[in-house]
Design a protein around this ligand. Structure first.
Ligand SMILES: Cc1ncc(COP(=O)(O)O)c(C=O)c1O
Length: 419
């Protein structure tokens, strides 16, 4: 058998085994990380296709390599589908990741040293929104807004005050850990008042936006960036939307500005994901994500957990563990031992380090993909509570919860077609 035709298991049993183990982990754990999801078989087929074999630097019709006819077709399809889905003038589907999309957007809109204004990371912002340890904080002069001390929610008056003092060239609206609706119109008003551009980073809420279940930034922000692997449920990647005034600058910023060869197999997978997101089924899926988050939030509150902002409007919630005398890290580790995968997260006003934290950030996109609904969320809330309240140094409790988790996972399988 030629080297080219061997299966992965034949060619590289070591890697095949690791991937097999990961499949088993995904099937047999409850994944509550709000930035993760399970891509469909169709998305994974495109991502694992022969489209990985080609260099296609440039854009459709203007490539630096010959032989790109099908790559032009696939990229045009992905762009058209993204534009239709989000009713945007222009889409660039080449950014490799959310951070590279943000890098390209800044590159299109700013000069080095320009001032940007974004949400503090400790209050839910993202690394690529101006943190000093990231290119964004080193290339641009980053200023930050926080959440209201009383409500833990975005305080638009306060942002306006800061914006009028700082006079940024760009305001970034968007977050990694914010459980409430973001009012992009108010952001645009503030940006107009202080003479800034507005960039919306909808990496987390993009699926909700596509389904009309969250206010839409496309009509109000000059540039919108997003990932494709979180609520959108596509491959691990990203894209940028903008109005026609910005199209040329954005395209030039992505290539040749910050990237060279696009990942065409991933662009093919993004095309599939954009098509899936146009379906009525997807719209209903997004609404169920929100209903499930609400049900999980209520269940946790009934178990005595305090939620930052008192609840959730979207796909995630921030659990404040300070009244439980446990760190986010220990809670997440205990939950993992019981088969429930969450991530630790800083909460507003957190005195612990980002390694320890005082919170966790459960979200429902993954369990909703598995088909779970409100009754399962109720049950998961109780399982989380049991682990945090009784699981410390208690193998018996962890094993009992693990067994219940396995039952849930078996009742709601993810990849039934995979061995
Ligand atoms: C708001 C926001 N922007 C950007 C990103 C970056 O995405 P990536 O990890 O694909 O670079 C994330 C990822 O968590 C995010 O939450």
């Amino acid at each position: 058998m030629s080297m080219m035709s061997r299966t992965l298991a034949q060619a590289d049993p070591e890697v095949a085994e690791i991937i097999g183990n990961e499949l088993e982990r995904q099937q047999n754990t409850l994944m509550l990380i709000p930035s993760e999801n399970y891509a469909s078989r169709a998305v994974m087929a495109a991502a694992g296709s022969v489209m990985t074999n080609k260099y296609a630097e440039g854009y459709p019709g203007r490539r630096y390599y010959n032989g790109c006819m099908y790559y032009d077709e696939i990229e045009n399809l992905a762009r058209d589908r993204a534009r239709a889905l989000f009713r945007a003038d222009h889409a660039n589907v080449q950014p490799h990741t959310g951070t590279s999309a943000n890098m390209a957007a800044y590159y299109a809109m700013l000069d080095p040293g320009d001032r940007i204004l974004a949400m503090k990371i400790e209050h839910g912002g993202h690394l690529s929104h101006g943190m000093k340890i990231n290119f964004s904080g080193q290339t641009y002069e980053a200023h930050f807004y926080g959440l209201s001390e009383e409500t833990d929610q975005i305080d638009y008056d306060n942002i306006r005050e800061i914006a009028m003092q700082v006079r940024p060239r760009l305001i970034v609206a968007g977050a990694s850990a914010y459980p409430r609706v973001i009012d992009f119109r108010q952001f645009r008003e503030i940006a107009d008042e202080c003479g800034a551009y507005l960039m919306a980073d909808i990496a987390h809420i993009v699926g909700l936006v596509a389904a009309g279940a969250h206010p839409d930034p496309v009509p109000v922000a000059q540039v919108v960036t997003s990932t494709t692997h979180k609520t959108l449920r596509g491959p691990r990647s990203a894209f940028i939307l903008c109005n026609s005034d910005w199209a040329r600058k954005v395209d030039r910023a992505v290539f040749p500005g910050v990237q060279a060869g696009p990942l065409m197999h991933i662009i093919a997978a993004k095309a599939v994901a954009f098509k899936e997101a146009q379906s009525l089924f997807f719209r209903e899926y997004q609404r169920q994500i929100i209903r499930n988050a609400y049900a999980l939030a209520v269940s946790l509150q009934e178990e005595g957990f305090r939620l930052v902002t008192g609840g959730t409007d979207n796909h995630l919630m921030l659990v404040d563990l300070r009244n439980k005398e446990i760190t986010g890290k220990l809670a997440a580790d205990l939950l993992e031992a019981a088969g429930i995968v969450v991530n630790k997260n800083l909460i507003p006003g957190d005195e612990r380090s980002p390694d320890e934290t005082s919170g966790i950030r459960p979200g429902t996109p993954g369990v909703t993909t598995r088909g779970m609904q409100e009754p399962e969320m109720q049950q998961i809330g109780k399982l989380i509570a049991r682990v945090i309240h009784e699981g410390r140094d208690n193998e018996k409790v962890l094993a009992e919860v693990r067994r219940q988790v396995l039952e849930l996972c078996e009742a709601f399988p993810v990849y039934e077609h995979l061995p």
